[in-house]
Design a protein around this ligand. Structure first.
Ligand code: G3P
Ligand code: MG
Length: 245
C-alpha cells in the first residue's frame, strides 16, 4: 500500500486539474488552485489578432467539435466556442482563456509551466509577446517557458536572459539535447513516461537540471519515478499522492 506525500516530488497540475474539469479552461485552473496545486502547466497558441490563447491543440476539433484553427480566428471569434461540454455538460460556459486570464487565476505564488506549442515559424512574434507579458506582470521568476520547439526556446533566451526555460525532449537524441540545454541555459528536462529512465535522470542531475515527467496519473507510478530521482511530474490530478493505492 502506498499513500501520502512523496518527499520533494513536485506535482504540476497538467492543463490545470484536467482529470476533473475540462483541460486548459479557467474552471480547470480554479479547481487546481482549490486543490492546493503548487504548480500548473498549460499550452499556448496565438490567435489571428496575436492574442495569446491557452489551449492544447492547434484546432478546435477535439474540444469544441469544429475544424477551425486557432491562428485563423481572433480571440473574440474564439470566445464563441464552448470548450467545456465535451468533458461534461456542467462546463458548457467554458471558453478558451487568454494567457493573462489564466495568470490572473493562478496568482503570483504558483509555479507556472507555460508550454509554447509552436514558435515564430507558425506564430510570428509569439516569443516576444510571451516575454513582454511575463515582464509586465513580473512573472519571469515564477514562470518556466517550455517547448518541444527548441527554436522557440532559443528565441525566448535571445530576448530575455532571465527567462526560465524547460526543455521538452521530443524526438531530439539525448546527446544533442544535453548540448542544446547547455547552450540555452535551460533549467529542466521534461520527458514523457516512455522516455524517462534512471540514466537520464542521473544525467540531468549531474548537469544540475530538474527532471520532470509527463503525464503521470497513477500514484504507484509517481512513487516509482521518485525512487529513480525524478523531481516532479505533470499530472491531471493535483492530489494524486493523497490517494491510497
Ligand atoms: O509540458 C508537458 C506536457 O504537457 C507535454 O505534452 O501534449 O500534454 O502538451 P502535452
Ligand atoms: Mg503541455
Amino acid at each position: 500500500m502506498l499513500s501520502g506525500k512523496v518527499d520533494a516530488m513536485r506535482l504540476i497540475a497538467h492543463r490545470g486539474a484536467s482529470g476533473l474539469a475540462p483541460e486548459n479552461t479557467l474552471a480547470s485552473f480554479r479547481l487546481a488552485m482549490e486543490l492546493g496545486a503548487e504548480a500548473v502547466e498549460f499550452d499556448v497558441h496565438q490567435a489571428a489578432d496575436k492574442e495569446l490563447m491557452v489551449i492544447h491543440d492547434e484546432s478546435l476539433r477535439r474540444t469544441a467539435g469544429w475544424p477551425e484553427h486557432i491562428r485563423d480566428l481572433t480571440w473574440q471569434e474564439l470566445c464563441r466556442f464552448d470548450v467545456g461540454s465535451w468533458f461534461d455538460a456542467r462546463f458548457s460556459a467554458e471558453r478558451i482563456p487568454r494567457l493573462d486570464e489564466v495568470l490572473d487565476v493562478v496568482g503570483k505564488k504558483t509555479e507556472v509551466h507555460l508550454e509554447l506549442k509552436r514558435g515564430s515559424a507558425i506564430y510570428p512574434g509569439i516569443e516576444g509577446r510571451v516575454v513582454e507579458l511575463l515582464r509586465r506582470r513580473r512573472a519571469l521568476k515564477t514562470c518556466v517557458v517550455s517547448s518541444f520547439d527548441h527554436q522557440a526556446l532559443r528565441a525566448v533566451r535571445a530576448l530575455e536572459p532571465k527567462a526560465r526555460l524547460g526543455y521538452l525532449l521530443g524526438d531530439t537524441p539525448i546527446a544533442a539535447a544535453w548540448e542544446e540545454i547547455r547552450e540555452l541555459s535551460a533549467e529542466s528536462l521534461h520527458l514523457s513516461l516512455r522516455q524517462v529512465n534512471a540514466a537520464r535522470v542521473a544525467g540531468g542531475h549531474r548537469r544540475r537540471l530538474r527532471v520532470l515527467v509527463y503525464t503521470v496519473n497513477d500514484a504507484a507510478e509517481a512513487h516509482r519515478l521518485r525512487k529513480i530521482g525524478v523531481d516532479g511530474v505533470f499530472t491531471n490530478f493535483p492530489r494524486l499522492l493523497e490517494k491510497t493505492v
